[in-house]
Design a protein around this ligand. Sequence first.
Ligand SMILES: [Zn+2]
Ligand SMILES: [Zn+2]
Length: 252
Amino acid sequence: MPLSRMQIQELLDENHEHTCDGYGCEHVCVKIAAIADLPSRFGQFQVVAFYNNQDGKEHAAFVHGDIWDAEDVPVRLHSECLTGDVAGSLRCDCRDQLETAMRAIGEMDKGILLYLRQEGRGIGLTNKIRAYGLQDYGYDTVEANLALGFLDDERDYSIATHMLDSLKVRSIRLMTNNPKKLNALRDYGIKVNGRIPLIIPPNPYNAFYLQTKAKKSGHMLDESGKEHLMEQRDRPIVEGMTAEQIIQFGEE
Ligand SMILES: [Zn+2]
Ligand SMILES: [Zn+2]
């Protein structure tokens, strides 16, 4: 059962009045601003729009099934990637990860995908494209990777935690391939009861994951020869990866 009209009204009313000291050291506070049905190609969802008090970014939760007061709700965190999510860029695999997670949640009893508006993991679209541009001219990719991949995740977790609290989720199972994320989220006060691996189907565009040689050289190149960048916090497991590769991914 999706959120009922009464539940929606209750959420909107209490969020309208909501104030708090904020979550995390940046004191992020989010408020549910609007909710609507969202039938999608991945199943029946409701979309919940969140406003936040920090930077005017509007985050979204895609909610499937009865999550009200629910335990063990499957949750996926996805950071916005305009080039991947919208244009199907092959410089990253955000689109594959997003679609796989949405499809998986749509087929489950219930689940939530939190869509966090943190393009390029917080550096913004322009800086991300700048980093891409540098790579196109053959600049060292270390700089690009630093900018894209290794930012502090602290803010992500505080927003996600607040969003889950606002949605009245009691406990979750996190869709991730990295067991370390479970404790990181617990530190923010989320009751994490387990983990669901995210396994994406193999396709011509993620074949480089399956090539150990590419991995060993320290670079994963896509078909065009451009280095593939990690923009989501979780690396995907591609069907067909060896056990060794999977373990290696989880440890990094
Ligand atoms: Zn708040
Ligand atoms: Zn991406």
